[in-house]
Write a protein that binds this ligand. Structure first.
Ligand code: PLP
Length: 422
């Protein structure tokens, strides 16, 4: 039996100036100063949703008070202001993804809607004999829309396997990439394990095979610097609430030729140029894909979240998360009976694990009593859980604002659970 590793405390491991920097960053997030079950909140469920900095909430509030009006109908000053702020957010998203133009950014409700948009609009390109290549580690959001597409068109799904370490089996992926593959849809980062896929390599392989690529970037966009042009992907989906912005906002990057070619997603106002009962003509992209009044405040808040992250330096924040991952991996590895699912490198700051004889939900409940918020279950990745023969895992996921102390509280909560269930 392994003994629990004695770990240095936060103050021993983290230099004073670093601790000050973390304290300053934490002060930007009021939610982190709250209590749960009488204990200070240790929020370790960032892969499910991140907390918002005050700057994002201020941007939201400023918009609501000073600017709110409907957009793109500018016969009055406030509507002009709202439109400028909304389109300004699109430009921020362009810069975030290094898209060639802001017209390549479509605002959506989140990564799920971004993926559904593409799946819905691809019907005409798919038929009997078409294949969509996914991986075993996809989130349900990057599986179900493709299954629905297959039901509508007769296309088939192929699934690239995952190795025991959680790494994508690239050799098998290559073998599945043949001329019938009409689309590759792959996650940038596995939400259930944190494993980072080699998406640049995947795009190169797919390009050689003539297959377009959609990347589900829900878990990457707030943690990894992105460059859609350099990646050479066709579509990139991102989610606002996983990158310090509110829920109900996300974006889809799509290369311009795709947006020119694809039919509209939803029908309604905003997406049209002219409507007659005989015939309707559609607006140019991206508006063609944004039917109805958009989530104006959400888009502006997403822009503010991007500004916040850029202001602090995403690379620097990512380095802080890597350091937290190292500490958490070291602490959790030292706990007897604990097995980490997803050991491949590189990884984002997610540790998914199972404990001998303790159901992940029981673990989650015990930790919650200690004020430690983690996620337990299948993480919307049931095919991946099945691959590992597990009903689910416990998952701690970190953001740059987390601390060693919080990770130490996680580890001691797990030890408590272990003693209770012995
Ligand atoms: N894809 C991945 C990898 C995710 O982790 C999630 C959410 O957990 C989604 C897609 C869905 O994102 P959204 O909540 O923005 O629809």
């Amino acid at each position: 039996m392994r003994a629990a590793a004695a770990s240095p405390t936060q103050t021993e491991r983290v230099k004073p100036e670093q601790a000050n920097r973390i304290a300053d960053l934490r002060a930007d997030f009021p939610a982190l100063a709250t209590q749960v079950n009488g204990k200070p909140l240790a929020y370790l469920d960032n892969a499910a949703s991140t907390q918002r900095p005050q700057a994002v909430m201020d941007a939201l509030n400023r918009y609501e008070v000073e600017m709110h009006a409907n957009v793109h109908r500018g016969v009055h000053a406030r509507s002009d202001q709202a439109t400028a702020a909304f389109e300004g957010a699109r430009e921020r998203a362009r810069a975030w993804l290094n898209a060639a133009s802001a017209e390549e950014i479509v605002f959506t409700r989140g990564a799920t809607e971004s993926i559904n948009l593409v799946a819905r609009c691809l019907d005409k390109r798919m038929g009997e004999g078409s294949e969509i290549l996914l991986t075993r580690m996809e989130h349900h959001s990057n599986i179900v829309p493709w299954q629905q597409l297959c039901e509508r068109t007769g296309a088939r799904i192929q699934v690239a396997p995952v190795l025991d370490s959680g790494e994508l089996d690239l050799k098998a992926f290559q073998e599945l990439l043949h001329s019938g593959v009409q689309l590759v849809a792959v996650t940038h980062v596995s939400n259930a394990m944190g494993v980072i896929n080699p998406v640049a390599e995947i795009c190169r392989m797919a390009r050689r095979a003539g297959a377009p690529v959609l990347i589900d970037g829900a878990q990457a966009a707030g943690h990894i610097p992105l460059d859609a042009q350099d990646l050479d992907c066709d579509f990139y989906a991102l989610s606002g609430h996983k990158m310090y912005a509110p829920t109900g906002i996300g974006a889809l990057y799509a290369r311009r030729p795709w947006l020119e070619e694809l039919p509209p997603f939803l029908g309604g106002g905003e997406m049209i140029l002219e409507v007659r009962f005989e015939e309707t003509t559609y607006n140019a992209p991206p508006h063609r894909f944004e039917a109805g009044t958009p989530n104006i405040s959400g888009a502006i808040a997403l822009g503010a979240a991007m500004d916040y992250l850029a202001g602090h330096g995403l690379e620097r924040l990512a380095a802080m998360e890597r350091e937290l991952l190292e500490h958490a991996t070291e602490r959790l590895r030292g706990i007897a009976g604990l097995r980490i699912i997803g050991t491949a490198k590189p990884k984002s700051a997610v540790v998914s694990f199972v404990m001998d004889d303790i159901h992940p939900h029981d673990l989650g409940t015990i930790l919650d009593h200690e004020g430690v918020a983690i996620r337990a279950g299948h993480h919307c990745a049931m095919p991946l859980m099945e691959r590992f023969g597990l009903p689910g895992t416990a998952r701690a996921s970190f953001a740059f604002y987390n601390t060693h102390d919080e990770i130490d509280r996680l580890a001691s909560g797990i030890e408590t659970a272990r003693r209770l269930f012995r």
